[in-house]
Design a protein around this ligand. Structure first.
Ligand code: OGA
Ligand code: MN
Length: 275
């Protein structure tokens, strides 16, 4: 396994392994790379959908998002697709997946299937580095705080995702997503302190109004999206990215209008999170 950093605070590029065959100690070593660095992009993979599912099962459990159509033909695989004539993309703002679940997903395994000729990168940002950058005073304020997370405003008819490729399959679904999590959590494996709010799903701090929440939430979002905490995953045919949803945010660039992009995503089951 050859490992090269992608950014100062987050991300590694890995060559010299084949996920289709990876198991045992080598799989454990890859897991640690993802937990410690937030995201790993693994190059030159030959991973069929069935091998993608088998690898995810060797990693741990698979979470199926009930709001996200799979489209791929495999119930475990969500197709993240933008068509040639589509304007809005999926994941185009900074977010972490599934923070509205009681036990948020550990992360995702995203496989490049069809790429635009240029663009379509995915950015990642380190929530450990974002937390470390806060003052002692603000860290103390956040230590006692919980935040409410929901996806209803995004998945509901007329919400952001009604403008993307998910629209057709989403109409008429009962929506009620809500979870409360500490604003600062400890990574379940590394123990690192992480800022755990995000601009997509965090609606307000528990016990605070939305109006009271917004100035501080906006500040934290600004810190989390600072360039020095980011890395950029540039996709190539055969690239697979595995990220840790607790330790990072991500953002799918929408800079390839007129071209099609298709990714296959499997979401990995997480463990309970706590302060
Ligand atoms: C996702 C997502 C990013 C991308 O699948 O959760 O945000 O680059 N995708 O497609
Ligand atoms: Mn996402």
């Amino acid at each position: 396994m050859n490992i090269t950093p992608l950014g100062a605070a987050v991300g590694v590029e890995i060559t010299g392994i084949q996920l289709a065959e990876l198991e045992g100690a080598a799989l454990d070593a890859l897991k640690m790379q993802v937990y410690e660095n937030g995201v790993a992009v693994i190059r030159d993979q030959e991973l069929s959908p069935d091998q993608h599912i088998a690898f995810a099962k060797r990693w741990g459990g698979i979470d199926v998002n009930p709001f996200f159509p799979t489209n791929s033909g495999w119930p475990e695989i969500a197709e993240v697709r933008k068509a040639e004539d589509q304007k809005d993309n999926i994941g185009g703002g900074w977010h972490t997946d599934h923070s509205f679940d009681q036990v948020p997903a550990m992360g995702s395994i995203l496989v490049a299937r069809e790429l635009p000729p240029v663009g379509g990168d995915t950015l990642f940002s380190s929530m450990g580095a974002a937390y470390d950058a806060l003052s002692v005073g603000l860290k103390q304020t956040l230590a006692g705080l919980n935040a409410v997370h929901s996806a209803d405003h995004i998945y509901q008819p007329g919400g952001y995702y009604s403008k993307t490729d998910l629209a057709d399959e989403m109409t008429g679904q009962e929506l009620s997503t809500r979870a409360v999590h500490p604003v600062v959590i400890r990574h379940p494996v590394t123990g690192r302190k992480l800022l755990y709010i995000n601009g997509a799903f965090t609606t307000h701090f528990e016990g605070w109004t939305r109006e009271e929440t917004l100035p501080l939430l906006r500040y934290l979002i600004e810190v989390g999206s600072r360039e020095q905490f980011q890395c950029c995953v540039q996709w190539e045919p055969g690239s697979v990215a595995i990220w840790d949803n607790r330790a990072t945010w991500h953002l799918a660039m929408n800079d390839y209008h007129g071209h099609r992009r298709v990714m296959h995503r499997i979401t990995l089951t997480g463990e309970p999170i706590a302060a």
